[in-house]
Design a protein around this ligand. Structure first.
Ligand code: UDP
Ligand code: MG
Length: 367
């Protein structure tokens, strides 16, 4: 246990934000809202529940609009299209104004009953409280994939990322501020949450079954997310090529020695094409793999430089602040760059035009 942080507000004086990415979850939204509201009413704190409608094509949008019209604590961001789970999480964090922010999925896999335990740990002084999932209800092959992913990620990543924990958890406002300030385009939230540091604790949480049996994150999207996690937090795939090049060098020297020996001392002809083509194709394969891995980093650099917003908010309900951070923070980043350029070379300002072309209002966060 750690000592209580003096400047942390007590629960009755706190505003708690709940961030919920939603993609075609119409069947469960009322139940979800009710169960979260019940738990937070018991805790006796003020709260806002932010639904991020990630371009749903079912009736989620209408249901969320109704909820927002009925209850002021329900706030909704409607994306202009489907931008993906991580983008929805990021948008929710950008718009959250609570002293603590809780991120959870909206498919009833993350138990709202656990929120009280998160808040207890937060009150004790922890800045990050994340759920360590156990008893997952997914199929065996999927559980095996998740299990292996977390372990491989930890093996290769530059920082320790807790095993078996996804987005479900609480972050203090200070942590939220740091995470939203990170300008990475390719985002893996659990990795960023670990990267920022602060006082963190994991608590075991049972992972429930999905309300229906149809995950909205497809296998390809999961694979992309796994790549984002590895390539964002590890340079090991690139570094691996030092090892591969050392092995290649040894094989090369061995082949040369063997050929020269027979040429100079035995006069035997070097065996024909088979071995040569085998070795050539083997190294060809290694080259291709190397280029592929390089490509993974290059595409991320390209994505970052291209600086497209991570999401676009088409409309919002119940947010008092109309200043929408629909660019995902990139314009603020450009503004920072502008400040740096102005400080170092007042007469030269290459990003000013870029900023002005995007926005005419002062650069402020909606918090
Ligand atoms: N989700 C989203 N955008 C997407 C896919 C999913 O906002 O493109 C939401 C979805 O509604 C759910 C959460 O992200 O609340 C997790 O999705 P899912 O349950 O499919 O992921 P899994 O639990 O299988 O990892
Ligand atoms: Mg789920």
């Amino acid at each position: 246990m750690i000592s209580t942080v003096s400047n942390r507000p007590t629960l009755d004086k706190s505003l708690i934000s709940i961030v919920l990415p939603v993609y075609n979850e119409a069947a469960v939204l009322h139940r979800l809202y009710q169960s979260i509201t019940d738990v937070l009413t018991d805790v006796a704190c003020r709260f806002e529940i932010i639904f991020v409608n990630d371009g749903s094509s079912d009736s989620s949008a209408e249901i969320l609009d109704e909820l927002a019209a009925e209850c002021h604590s329900a706030k909704v961001l409607h994306f202009s299209r489907n931008f993906g789970h991580q983008a929805a999480v990021q948008a929710g964090l950008n718009y959250a104004s609570g002293d603590a922010v809780i991120i959870m999925d909206s498919d009833m896999q993350d138990d709202p009953g656990v929120l009280g335990r998160f808040l207890e740990q937060w009150q004790l002084g922890y800045d990050v409280v994340y759920a360590v999932r156990f008893q997952r209800k997914e199929r065996l092959w999927k559980r095996t994939l998740f299990f292996s992913f977390y372990r491989i990620l930890n093996l290769v990543s530059d920082i320790q990322i807790p095993k078996d924990s996804g987005v479900f958890g609480l972050i203090d406002r200070s942590v939220c501020k740091q995470i939203t300030a990170i300008i990475d385009r390719d985002r893996y939230f659990p990795g960023l949450r670990s990267w920022v540091g602060f006082r963190q604790i994991g608590i075991p949480v049972e992972r429930h079954a999905r309300h229906d049996d149809h995950p909205r994150v497809t296998l390809i999207q999961l694979f992309r997310l796994a790549k984002s996690a590895v390539f964002s937090f590890s340079a090991m795939p690139l570094m691996m090529f030092y090892g591969i090049s050392a092995v290649s060098m040894l094989v090369f020297l061995g082949c040369c020695g063997f050929s020269l020996y027979h040429k100079l001392f035995t006069g035997l002809a070097v065996p024909g094409w088979t071995s040569i083509t085998t070795i050539a194709s083997f190294f060809g394969m290694l080259n291709a793999l190397g280029i592929g891995i390089l490509g993974e980093y290059v595409i991320r650099i390209y994505d970052q430089v291209r600086a497209r917003p991570q999401y676009i908010v088409a409309r919002q309900c119940n947010f008092t602040e109309s200043a929408a951070d629909a660019d995902g923070g990139m314009l603020d980043w450009l503004a920072d760059q502008r400040a740096v350029v102005e400080a170092s070379a007042p007469s030269f300002d290459p990003v000013a035009a870029e900023i002005d072309s995007h926005r005419s209002t002062p650069l402020t966060k909606p918090r």
